[in-house]
Design a protein around this ligand. Structure first.
Ligand SMILES: Cc1cc2nc3c(=O)[nH]c(=O)nc-3n(C[C@H](O)[C@H](O)[C@H](O)COP(=O)(O)O)c2cc1C
Length: 170
C-alpha cells in the first residue's frame, strides 16, 4: 500500500485479524425500550472492572442504534451465552432495532427487570454508572446490582470470527 488511505485500510485489516486471535466471551446486553419492549445487543467486550465497588462494563460502538434506547432506562443486564447459543450470537448482532431480535424467544426477567435469554450461563445486572468516550467507542461502566450463575452449560468463546466452546479440562 502506498497511499495513506491504503495504509489505513491495511492497518484496519491487521487490527481486526490480530484481535480476532484474542478469544472473548460473548454476552447479550439486554434492556428495555420506552414502551417496555425487549432490546439486546451482542457484545464481546464485557468485562469485570472493579470489585469494591462492584463495577462491570463494555465498549459500545458510537453508531449503535440499540444502546441509546437501553441507556435511556439506565439499567441493563449482561446475559452470558452458552456455547450452544450461536444463533443468538449472530441474531443480536444483526440489524434490528424494533425488538424483533426477540421473536420466538420467551425471555425471563432479571432482578432489575431486564430480559433474560433462556439457557444462558450467567447474568450480571447493572445500573448505568458512567459513560466515557474512547476513540470511536464509548466505555459503558455499570454498577453491579445483582449477579448469578444460572446454568452449568459451557460458556461461548468467540475466536477468529467463529463461536466455540470454553470447556477447560479439569
Ligand atoms: C461476537 C461479537 C461481539 C461483538 N462485540 C461488540 C462489542 O463489544 N461492542 C460493539 O459495539 N459491538 C459489538 N459487536 C457488534 C454488535 O453486536 C453489532 O454492531 C450490532 O448490530 C449492534 O446493534 P445495534 O446497532 O442495534 O446497537 C459484536 C458482534 C459479535 C458477533
Amino acid at each position: 500500500m502506498t497511499n495513506a488511505a491504503g495504509s489505513q485500510a491495511a492497518g484496519n485489516a491487521d487490527y481486526r485479524r490480530v484481535f480476532g486471535h484474542l478469544p472473548t466471551g460473548v454476552v447479550v446486553v439486554t434492556g428495555r425500550g420506552a414502551t417496555g419492549e425487549p432490546l439486546g445487543i451482542t457484545i464481546g467486550s464485557f468485562t469485570s472492572i472493579s470489585l469494591d465497588p462492584p463495577l462491570a462494563g463494555f465498549f459500545i460502538g458510537r453508531q449503535s442504534r440499540t444502546w441509546p434506547l437501553i441507556a435511556a432506562g439506565a439499567i441493563f443486564c449482561a446475559n452470558v451465552l452458552a456455547s450452544s447459543q450461536t444463533e443468538w450470537c449472530w441474531r443480536f448482532a444483526k440489524d434490528a432495532v424494533d425488538g424483533s431480535r426477540f421473536d420466538g424467544i420467551t425471555a425471563g426477567r432479571s432482578a432489575n427487570g431486564s430480559p433474560v435469554l433462556p439457557g444462558v450461563v450467567a447474568t450480571v445486572d447493572c445500573t448505568l454508572h458512567a459513560t466515557h468516550s474512547v476513540g470511536d467507542h464509548d466505555l459503558i461502566v455499570g454498577s453491579v446490582t445483582d449477579l448469578r450463575v444460572l446454568s452449568d452449560a459451557t460458556a461461548m468463546v468467540f475466536f477468529k470470527g467463529k463461536t466455540g466452546d470454553a470447556n477447560i479440562a479439569g
